[in-house]
Design a protein around this ligand. Structure first.
Ligand code: FPP
Length: 247
């Protein structure tokens, strides 16, 4: 066990969250506080990602899902959007080896159709290069919006019904989950949002129906592995009932 708090109980069982999803917010404000352009904050934010991925095995987190770019983020200035896309391309090219060495399996969720072809190629290359890893599952939500995901899933499901591959009478929650971008992932146990905003912002709406939420004041570039470990440890002390009653 390296840094951070252990989330294992005395009997060795794991009490921490298996899947943590993070809305990485506050990069812009962090940069503004320093009199720097917003992209400076995004670059600082990107550096935190590796540290948090690295610390996942220490706190027993098997799945980490991070919100990198939303379907609504296109509304930002052209300079910021272009800067973020450039950051994603550089980050993926630069981090592929490090993430592979960490034993991370990387996946992307979101709509790839409107992303730059070069970026999509890098994303696919990273997914392929890390497909054999299983130490930690990193999922990056890029051009992701939960309503967009559900709309795309509904379209696919309707197409299968039209083709006679699916009987509408058999559609249940498990069927719907199979059409979502997250089909191979377990639902998040804990959703963290940094920077003091208490909103979900169209992130994993279906999947987080029973998740615990932590809204913390820290701006994303200041988020540390210690704070991550501490949030995972407090999760272990909560009493999740999934709508039922305590046993
Ligand atoms: C929100 O901060 C952050 C984003 C929209 C971008 C998140 C991207 C990163 C952390 C960069 C790298 C990620 C990867 C996977 C390489 P904000 O701009 O909304 O901050 P503000 O609310 O203070 O303006």
């Amino acid at each position: 066990m390296s840094q951070g708090l252990d989330t294992r109980a005395d009997d060795g069982s794991h009490t921490g969250p298996r899947h943590v999803a993070i809305i990485m917010d506050g990069n812009g404000r962090w940069a503004t506080q320093r009199g720097r352009p917003r992209l400076f904050g995004h670059h600082a934010g990107a550096k935190r990602v590796r540290e948090i991925v690295e610390s996942c095995p220490d706190v027993g987190v098997e799945y980490l899902t991070i919100f990198a770019f939303s379907t609504e983020n296109w509304k930002r200035t052209q300079v910021e959007v272009a800067g973020l896309m450039d950051l994603f391309r550089r980050y993926i090219a630069k981090e592929t080896r490090a993430l592979a060495e960490l034993g991370a399996r990387v996946r992307f969720i979101g709509d790839r159709e409107s992303l730059d072809a070069k970026l999509v190629k890098l994303m696919e290359k990273l997914e392929k290069a890390t497909a054999g890893n299983s130490k930690v599952n990193l999922t990056v939500a890029l051009n992701y919006g939960a309503r967009d995901e559900v709309s795309r899933a509904t379209k696919l499901l309707a197409e299968d019904v039209a083709r006679g591959l699916l009987d509408p009478a058999n559609v249940d929650e498990e069927t719907v989950s199979r059409y979502l971008d997250t089909r191979v992932l377990p639902d998040p146990d804990l959703v963290i949002r940094t920077s003091g905003e208490a909103r979900i912002s169209n992130f994993l709406l279906w999947q987080s129906a029973y998740a615990e939420y932590e809204f913390i004041d820290t701006l994303w570039p200041d988020f540390s592995r210690e704070e991550f470990a501490s949030l995972c440890a407090s999760y272990g002390e909560r009493d999740r009932r999934f709508g039922g009653v305590k046993k």
